[in-house]
Ligand binder design. Structure first.
Ligand SMILES: Nc1ncnc2c1ncn2[C@@H]1O[C@H](COP(=O)(O)OP(=O)(O)OP(=O)(O)O)[C@@H](O)[C@H]1O
Ligand SMILES: [Mg+2]
Length: 505
């Protein structure tokens, strides 16, 4: 009689090499049946690569994958789905310009040649009642915020009845409350329905709150695995980072009553679908001050940042920088020394097929010393500056000529932060700046934002993470339905009151 293996999935001695870069150096992971297993590691450790090998999205250069103790050959994500493995990727995979319902229905395997949309929709609505959270079925994907899109991605996999659900940083764009709700529901499915989960996360509170076991990778190598119960967070952190030291938080320096650098006056703007996204919003940010904007994603914060970045028209109202009307062109942004980091930077602030160096030079490639006489671009200087930024911001990339789209999620974020957070900045607008960063990089970036403030930068910090806002801001506004509905300071803030305003009460 054979004893059944306690493992649902075993990925054994997996090797993956890109050109001559070893992303996975004989890594193994064993996932017990019915467990909630977290995969940890710093940015660029190889986590996404490992799960993409399991899904058949990448073909490993060595190693075996066993499911229920039997070796399986997974050549593409369809094979994985047929074996009951579903995955939510770090990047979005939804079809733009279609509704949420259409996306969910089209994701169903074995769709008939003729889709009876009416009955499919009715069935979808019935099944949605059993789902852990709601998504706006009739909305166009293009109009959704990052948080909403992420929820749709998770629902899409849950509807497929996978027995192993792989989640690559599913909560990066969710508020901590939303994350708890989503992970709590998924944990319920692990405990009650025998679902197994492999989750990649940078958040220890999610590991200690929900996971049973962890596996840790470092620089493409297997470090170890352990049960969460009985393991301290600092032990896991040490496994992830080795002996590297974590930066201490930078103190908030006293700054004087400084001049107002950014004035937003009665601003209105429309969403991509033509609805009012921001309505008569007024806000000032002074030099040496961080003004935080809290809100559930999808309440106008994305459009606000896009207006400031020159990516969305102003319907009404005005913006002034240094007291002058700002028309949101690149030239004016440079003149006023305004830097902007939108959400989803790979999509909104990068060209994935261009090199890291080129992406880092977007703000200044056409001015001296990076260009001479207009457009004679000095590639040597651009690459030299990129090398400096890569070192300062610890961007893990093979060279400055690597295509930015080949970097790990957290390293793309670092590269864009390096571009937007370096040098003297008068006005800084950042949306979810630590999205996808490992805990060490989070500290470093928070310190850089605080250092900019202490040096006199006016910072507008848009974040879905209340802890981040409470830690960094001098004053916090809540945005709801495109309007600022409440204002407080971190010292006076009451989380539940902020939460009520965020929820629109
Ligand atoms: N398609 C690719 N081509 C070349 N190199 C790649 C490719 N995909 C990943 N890499 C490299 O492999 C390494 C591991 O990347 P991976 O995306 O697995 O990291 P990760 O642990 O998921 O990090 P993060 O926390 O930042 O998401 C990185 O250094 C990355 O640059
Ligand atoms: Mg990753």
């Amino acid at each position: 009689m054979t004893i059944p293996s306690p493992y649902l999935l075993e990925a054994l001695i997996i090797r993956k090499v890109f050109d001559d870069f070893v992303a996975l150096d004989d890594v193994s992971l064993k996932l017990a049946r019915g467990s909630f297993h977290a995969l940890l590691g710093e940015n660029g450790a190889g986590k996404s690569t490992l799960v993409k090998c399991i899904m058949g999205y990448y073909h490993p250069d060595g190693g075996n994958i066993l499911l229920d103790n039997k070796e399986v050959s997974i050549n593409n994500p369809r094979d994985a789905h047929n074996l009951g493995i579903g995955m939510v990727y770090q990047h979005f995979t939804l079809i733009p310009n279609m509704t949420v319902a259409e996306n969910l229905i089209l994701a169903r395997p074995h769709l008939p040649a003729m889709i009876d949309w009416k009955s499919e929709l009715a069935e979808l609505e019935t099944r949605m009642a059993t789902m852990p959270f709601k998504v706006p079925l009739q909305s166009n994907i293009n109009t959704l915020s990052a948080g909403e899109k992420q929820k749709v991605e998770i629902i899409k996999q849950l509807l497929l009845d996978s027995r192993l659900l792989i989640l690559d940083e599913p909560t990066s764009v969710l508020t901590p409350n939303e994350a708890d709700e989503v992970l709590g529901q998924i944990k319920g499915m692990v405990d009650d329905n025998g679902l197994s989960v492999l989750i990649i996360t940078h958040k220890f509170r999610e590991v200690t709150g929900f996971a049973d076991e962890v596996t840790v990778l470092r620089r493409g190598k297997y470090v170890g695995s352990c049960k969460v119960a009985g393991t301290e967070t600092k032990t896991m952190a040490a496994m992830m980072m080795g002996s590297e030291v974590i930066a201490e938080p930078l103190a908030r320096a006293e700054t004087k009553q400084n001049e107002t650098l950014l004035e937003i006056d009665q601003l209105s703007a429309e969403s991509s679908s033509g609805e009012t996204a921001i309505e008569s919003l007024s806000l000032n940010v002074r030099a040496g001050e961080i003004v935080g904007i809290a809100g559930v994603s999808g309440n106008g914060q994305r459009e606000l940042v896009e207006v400031l970045a020159g990516q969305r028209d102003i319907a009404n109202g005005s913006i002034r920088l240094h007291g002058e009307t700002f028309d949101a062109t690149r030239r004016q942004a440079r003149l006023h020394n305004l830097h902007c980091l939108p959400e989803e930077p790979l999509k909104n602030a990068c060209v994935p097929n261009m090199s890291v160096a080129e992406n880092m030079a977007f703000n200044n490639f056409d001015i001296p010393p990076y260009a001479l006489k207009g457009l004679l671009i000095n590639r040597g200087r651009i690459r030299e500056r990129a090398r400096t930024l890569i070192t300062q911001f610890k961007v893990r990339t093979e060279t400055e000529d690597t295509r930015i789209g080949a970097l790990s999620g957290g390293n793309v974020q670092r590269a864009v932060l390096a571009r937007e957070l370096s040098g003297d900045i008068d006005v800084l607008v950042v949306a979810n700046p630590v999205f996808g960063l490992d805990f060490k990089a989070v500290e470093e970036i928070h310190n850089r934002i605080m250092a900019a403030r202490n040096n006199g930068t006016a910072v507008l910090l848009v974040s879905e993470d209340l802890d981040e806002l409470l830690e960094l801001s001098d004053c916090i506004h809540v945005i709801s339905g495109g309007k600022l509905v409440y204002q407080t300071t971190p010292s006076e803030a009451d989380r539940s009151v902020i939460g009520q305003h965020m929820a629109g009460h």
